[in-house]
Design a protein around this ligand. Structure first.
Ligand code: SAM
Length: 219
């Protein structure tokens, strides 16, 4: 990593909010970060520092933020077998693995982002051994060898058709009573997620901008 690399901004290039609005949002995210488990806080701060220093605008733009992570960890708290569709640079997969020492996180993406390995290096081998990362299109459904899931996080293209297909195929692998979370349900930049939830006719609840759906006890 070059020390001359430009520092990535904490705010996206498209962020047109006023300075006070940005500062209020930053303060809210800092508070949310402070309430996460200590190991997660440690990783997140190291990842932020690495991302800013290395000019990694990708992770800062795509990784779930502390407020979302708080809700995600609450929703997944009892889950030991978790899948994520849309690994990105690995931040959320790592956070899910750090939050429970007996949790296995299976995460899939159509690409391996070049920055991902650097963030994996920030956590101990005992954590990395519980992260199972693979290249796979969510629309192809879960691989046959994937065990039944306690929790599913969909954070992929956010497009309506892809989200509908991914949800249909992957939710079949959830255990009865298990939860699925669809990221960016309330984000106006990604109307496809809300459209997919409507098309699927899902009933559930909105939390920190995500949509949470629970599979019925009958499967
Ligand atoms: C928002 S990022 C994921 C961020 C990650 N969940 C996190 O919070 O750190 C979305 C990712 O979905 C991937 N993606 C897009 N379409 C996909 C698909 N059909 N199947 C699997 N991954 C997909 C992209 O390559 C990208 O890395």
């Amino acid at each position: 990593m070059s020390s001359d690399a430009p520092r990535a901004s904490l705010f996206g290039a498209h962020d047109t909010r006023s300075v006070p609005a940005r500062l209020a949002s930053l303060a809210g995210q800092a508070l949310a970060l402070a309430s996460l488990p200590p190991a997660v806080i440690g990783f997140y701060l190291r990842a932020l520092r690495l991302g800013r220093r290395s000019g990694d605008t990708v992770s800062l733009a795509i990784a779930a933020r502390p407020r979302d992570l708080g809700e995600l960890l609450r929703a997944a708290r009892a889950s030991t077998t978790v899948a994520e569709v849309g690994t990105g640079t690995g931040w959320t997969a790592i956070v899910l693995a750090l939050a429970r020492p007996d949790r296995h996180v299976h995460s899939f993406d159509v690409n391996e982002h070049e920055q991902r390995a650097r963030y994996l290096d920030l956590v101990p081998a005992t954590v990395r051994s519980r992260l199972h990362l693979a290249i796979r299109d969510g629309q192809d459904g879960p691989p046959p060898e994937l065990p039944p899931l306690d929790f599913l996080f969909i954070d992929s293209s956010h497009e309506r058709e892809e989200t509908v297909t991914t949800f249909r195929l992957w939710s079949e692998r959830l255990r009865p009573g298990a939860l699925a979370a669809l990221h960016d349900y309330c984000d106006e930049q990604y109307p496809g997620v809300r459209q997919a939830v409507a098309q699927l006719g899902l009933t559930g609840e909105e939390r920190a901008g995500m949509f949470l759906w629970r599979k019925g006890p009958g499967g």
